[in-house]
Design a protein around this ligand. Structure first.
Ligand SMILES: [Zn+2]
Length: 357
């Protein structure tokens, strides 16, 4: 508890705010006592469901409100669970042996099997998530993850890094205003005989990827970039051809646009995929962060995947899944001009930040 409290204090000092006694909130561990418990985005039974817990799952509760809801974090986002289905675990679990808690201070931090970047990646954790520390070596910290396994995280990506705790929160990107001289391939997913995912109201993924690609290409051109499209209308282009186009030009960045689908209509959010390489990973990180902030959509993080168009590419390449066309709320938003603008701005900003680092 003390460690968490200290980091909160440091954060507030750095913001130049006064500390109030209200900060001394307790983190409690709760166990789920029902077979099926919804996780909601706000403390109300009518709030959107963003996840589900099962009997025996443990959560960390950061606050309990007067109406029977416990605040926790789910996939790095604030989430609420009805407290009537939870039982408070004795505090010895959360604080056993003066257990230190480590808070993640960067987006999509990688967890490795050992204390250096030479070790394999086993997990990814979200900003503001908190884990008990079990070990420490050089500048690395070993933590226990929610599933009980352990892994190593670079200390400079946690609140154990005192210097970063007092430094300004956001690094200032270099001042790049123009994408002049950069060749960017935009790949509208699917097309022709391949409709991609089919959403509610018979919306075809191939149609909305094409519309979005046009909007993104326009914003990129406005920013000075040269844009190459893998298709410019509703026809079939093989995956091999798409990567060939990327190879044929002096491409600096390749971005494939897609939308997601899921049988459960409440599943939603934006995610970004990369295949291999530090530069694709860095690009994914920047674009995902900008997409989530510009659209205010739920962030599903970045994922390492073997999709052909990013796996067989020889330049920094990512595939973005711009929301679920099976989620009625998201589909309504996805089909607006506003959404196209927000996504296009997010991609342009993400690319700018990537080139500026
Ligand atoms: Zn797709």
């Amino acid at each position: 508890m003390r460690i968490l409290f200290c980091s909160v204090v440091i954060t507030f000092f750095s913001l130049g705010l006064l500390i109030s006694s209200a900060l001394a909130e307790d983190v409690e561990t709760y166990e789920v006592g029902t077979s099926h418990l919804n996780v909601r985005s706000s403390p109300s039974h009518s709030a959107p469901i963003i996840g589900e817990l099962q009997k025996g799952d443990q959560i960390r509760g950061f606050e309990e409100n007067a109406f029977g809801w416990v605040k926790t974090y789910f996939g790095g986002e604030e989430a609420w669970v009805a407290s009537q289905y939870l039982s408070k675990q004795s505090n010895t679990i959360a604080t056993k042996g003066q257990e230190q808690l480590v808070t993640i201070v960067d987006n999509d931090v990688r967890v490795r099997t050992g204390p250096s970047t030479d070790h394999g990646i086993i997990h990814q954790v979200s900003k503001n998530s908190t884990y008990p520390m079990v070990n420490q070596a050089n500048d690395w910290v070993e933590v226990r993850l929610d599933d009980g396994s352990t892994g190593w995280i670079a200390m400079w990506l946690t609140d154990m890094n005192r210097e970063s705790a007092t430094a300004p929160v956001e690094e200032q990107p270099k001042n790049i205003t123009s994408l002049n001289g950069y060749n960017i391939v935009i790949d509208p997913g699917h097309g022709g005989e391949d409709p991609g995912a089919i959403g509610l109201n018979n919306v075809f993924e191939k149609d909305i990827t094409m519309n979005m690609a046009n909007a993104v290409a326009q914003k990129l051109r406005d920013a000075g970039a040269t844009v190459i499209m893998t298709r410019d209308n509703d026809y079939y282009v093989s995956l091999e051809k798409r990567t060939q186009i990327s190879r044929d030009y002096n491409t600096h960045v390749f971005i494939s646009l897609h939308y997601n689908a899921h049988p459960a209509h409440n599943i939603g959010g934006i995610e970004t995929h990369y295949s291999t390489g530090e530069s694709s990973y860095a690009l994914a990180k920047k674009v995902q962060a900008e997409l989530v902030s510009s659209t205010s959509m739920r962030g599903r993080g970045i994922q390492q995947s073997g999709f052909h168009v990013i796996r067989e590419n020889n330049v920094p390449s990512i595939l973005v899944e711009l929301g679920f066309i099976t989620n009625p709320n998201e589909l309504a938003y996805i089909q607006t001009q506003d959404y196209q603008n927000h996504v296009a701005n997010g991609i342009v900003e993400g690319i700018r930040h990537y080139f500026a680092q």
